[in-house]
Design a protein around this ligand. Structure first.
Ligand SMILES: [Zn+2]
Length: 134
């Protein structure tokens, strides 16, 4: 599979983004404090392959800790369509929530490669000791 442009939307539809994603590449599940709470499941888009189509004013940005990663959610429905990492192991990137991508069937989601990372301990290159719940 090669990278193609996908649209991702929040639940109420106020927020929509377009992202160039290669869904043959790994997606991520992470055990950090915010991913654990929100069950965030991102695919990676690079800065040149990401844009907000609508809803810029409907987004709320949340940061914590180092404040290097920006966690956006729709202020109406609360869904996290994407996050923006400014200083990640892969550089600047956008994490697009796989569950928000329009037009993916259940079987498409089930086929995605998932890499589980230990973000809780800043060990991004390794899986958590316990990852079955991610
Ligand atoms: Zn919304």
């Amino acid at each position: 599979m090669t990278a193609t442009t996908h649209t991702a939307t929040c639940h109420c539809g106020a927020v929509a983004v377009e992202a160039t994603l290669d869904l043959a590449q790994p997606t991520y599940r992470c055990n950090c404090s915010i991913c654990r709470r929100t069950r965030f499941w991102p695919a990676v888009a690079l800065p040149g392959g990401f844009r907000i189509v609508r809803g810029q004013d409907d987004l709320t940005r949340y940061t914590f800790g180092s404040h290097k990663n920006h966690h956006y959610f729709c202020r109406h429905c609360g869904v996290r369509v994407f996050g923006h990492g400014t200083d990640t192991p892969m550089g600047e990137m956008y994490g697009v929530n796989v569950g928000c991508i329009d037009g993916l069937a259940d079987e498409d989601l089930a086929r995605l490669a998932v890499v589980r990372v230990d973000g809780l301990h800043d060990q991004w290159q390794q899986a958590p000791a316990h990852s079955g719940y991610l």
